[in-house]
Design a protein around this ligand. Structure first.
Ligand code: NDP
Length: 253
């Protein structure tokens, strides 16, 4: 049990990667606040956490809105205790060509994917500083460092997350707060299924382009999050760990 009786907060915990991360933290002994856009969505994961014997709190919180973030962290502290582990996972991806891209599309990606990391990490760090330390894990993406076309807002937001990880890490190190980023490649979730259904790419081509010849799972990402959040990674901060089946290492035909 790496996180026995510690309090974790996972954004975007209703489904996909965030749900697997929340459950993995609970299996390691953490009590978990699960955030999503609706309480009902978060509650489904919270129930599965309670079935594992841990405490769980389901909260509706749009992570790009400061007042909602403040309220969610206040309720978590009041009902579970101060947050010691934060996973900034909530994210959106709505690819569109540059010529069709709107100001709203840019703002959506930067707000939900990047501004949320500022707001949630600030709220968490205030509680962690009081509690004597903690760990923050940002879910970035391989597109934070590798470009794909028609994805300017998403790529820019994930590049921001990648670099925010370093800035936050060096600022918070003195408070015993570590900040790292896990950058997934292509992981089979609603997000990828919906993009494939919209014709943005074909899942079999993604598999063929991946040296391991498969898409990742939420469990693949959760395992990396558990490691970087744990004391086993106690001297690791400001780093990005890529989990992509070899996608970014591949440079051949
Ligand atoms: P999903 O679309 O399956 O799930 C997204 C999650 O984010 C849901 O829980 C959703 O909540 C939540 N969410 C979306 N918008 C908001 C918001 N404004 N406020 C609060 N919560 C919100 O995505 P994935 O699980 O695939 O992705 C999770 C993270 O991993 C994202 O940051 C994504 O960019 C990243 N990632 C994913 C990859 C992949 O291949 N799947 C690859 C690389 C990175 P709700 O259910 O309420 O809508």
């Amino acid at each position: 049990m790496r996180f026995n009786n510690q309090v974790a907060l996972v954004t975007g915990g209703s489904r996909g990667i965030g749900r697997d991360i929340a459950l993995a933290l609970a299996r390691e002994g953490a009590d978990v606040a699960v955030l999503a856009t609706t309480e009902a969505g978060a509650e489904a994961t919270a129930q599965d956490i309670r079935a594992l014997g841990r405490r769980a709190l389901a909260l509706a919180c749009r992570v790009q809105i400061a007042d909602e973030v403040s309220a969610a962290f206040a309720r978590t502290a009041a009902e579970l205790g101060p947050v010691q582990l934060l996973v900034n996972n909530a994210g959106v991806s709505q690819p569109v060509s540059l010529f069709d891209m709107s100001e709203e599309n840019w703002d959506l990606h930067m707000d939900v994917n990047a501004k949320s990391v500022f707001l949630c990490t600030q709220a968490a760090a205030r509680q962690m500083r009081e509690a004597g330390g903690g760990a923050v894990v940002n879910i970035g993406s391989i597109v934070g460092q590798n470009a794909i076309p028609q994805t300017l807002g998403y790529c820019a937001s994930k590049a921001a997350v990648d670099h925010m990880t370093r800035v936050l890490a060096i600022e918070l190190a003195r408070y015993k707060i570590r900040v790292n980023c896990v950058a997934p490649g292509y992981i089979r979730t609603d997000l990828i299924e919906q993009l494939a259904a919209a014709g943005k790419f074909a899942l079999n081509l993604l598999e063929r382009r991946t040296p391991q010849r498969r898409l990742g799972t939420g469990a693949d990402v959760a395992a990396a999050v558990i490691y970087v959040a744990s004391e086993e990674a106690g001297f690791m901060t400001g780093q990005t760990l890529t989990i992509d089946g070899g996608w970014t290492a591949y440079g051949y035909l």
